[in-house]
Design a protein around this ligand. Sequence first.
Ligand SMILES: *Cc1c(COP(=O)(O)O)cnc(C)c1O
Length: 390
Amino acid sequence: MPSNLPQDIVLAIKSVVGDAPLALHEPRFNGNEWTYLKECLDSTFVSSVGKFVDRFEDDLANFTGARRAVAVVNGTAALHVSLLLAGVKSGDEVLLPALTFIATANAVAYCQATPHFVDSEDRSLGMDAVALRDYLSGTTEMRSGQCINRGTGCVIRAMVPMHTFGHPVDIDALLAIAYDFHLHLIEDAAESLGSTVAGRHTGTFGLMGTLSFNGNKTITTGGGGAILTNDIELGKRAKHITTTAKLPHRWHFVHDEVGYNYRLPNLNAALGCAQLEQLPDFLRNKRRLFEQYQAAFAEVHGVHLVAEPAGCRSNYWLQTLLLDESHADQRDAVLAATNDAGLMTRPIWALMNRLPMYANAPKAPLPVAESLEQRVINIPSSSGLGSVAP
Ligand SMILES: *Cc1c(COP(=O)(O)O)cnc(C)c1O
C-alpha cells in the first residue's frame, strides 16, 4: 500500500495528544495568577509602577542568570531599545536571519537602519555561522574599526541571531564573528526562555538579549517583553529610556532625552511572576511532549522532529516537523490534513526578503533558509499535552 504522509502525520500526532481539537500553543494559568492579579486590583497599582514590576525583573534576572532584566511592553520594543542602545542608527545595516518573525526586522527599521539578511542552518534553524563568516570575509572591509558593506558602503553595526522555536543557535561561533568584525551582538531570545547553551541561558551571551511574553510564548504576561544584560550601566540606560527618560523627582517633570513609554504595567508583571513560578513545570512538560512525539514519528518516513542541538538544552517552545527535501512538495497537503483533523499546525514564516518593505534589503545567498521555508511545520505544542498518552 502506498504511504500517505499527511494521514500518517495526523495519526502520529493524535497518538500523542488524543483526538480533541487543539490549538498550536495555549497559555496555562494554574498557579498564583488570580492571587497576584487580585493584589494589584486591591492595591490599585495596576499601571506603570508597582511591586510586581520590580519582582518580575528580579525573578527574570535570577532565572536567566543575567545581571539585569528590564521589563517592557513587548518583545518588539525590547529589540528596538536594545538596538538603539547598541548604537544602531540611521543608515546602518544589521545582520539577521531571513528566516525569523517580522519583529526582528521591524525593530531594525524603527532605528532607520536596514536589515541585512543572512542564511540559516538545518541543525538549529538559526543563523549559519560558517556561511556568515565566509560571506562577511568576501563582502566587507574594515575601515576605521568599522565593518563596511562594500556593496552599499554602509556600516554593518550589529547582528541579531534568533533562537528559533527555542533551539539555541551556535552562539559561540557567532560571538567570535561579532568580535572579529566589530559587531555588537544582540540575541533575539523571544522564543527561547528556558533554553541554554552549555548551561548558560540564551539571551545572556551578547551585549543584550530580548524576551517576549506574548500570549503564544512559553510564559505569557498577556503582552510583554524584557531586555537582559550583564552590563549594569546598560541595564540602567534601558530602564531609563523605556520609562520616558524621566529623572526621579517627587513632583517635577524633567526628562533628559527622547524616551519611550515602553514600561510593562504592574498587572502584566503580576501575571508574569505567577507564570515564571510554573516555568520549570512547563519546561518539563514540553521536553516530555517532544520525546513522545519523537517516538511517535520514528516510524514515519519522510519527516523528522527537530531536536535540540548537541551541547544545548531547548525549551521546546514549538514542536517542529521538518519534511525531507524529497517530501517538501507535501507540505501544504500536511497542513490541510492536520488542520482538517482539528490539529492546528502552521508553516514557518515567509522569508523576510519576500515581504514588500524588505524586498530591496541587502542579503546573502539564502539556500538553506529557502529550503527550510518549504519544509517546516509546527504542531500542537502547549504545555501539558501528551501527558496521559500511552
Ligand atoms: C514573539 C517574537 C518577538 C517579539 O514579539 P512581541 O509580540 O512583540 O512580544 C520577537 N522575535 C521573535 C522571533 C518572536 O518570536
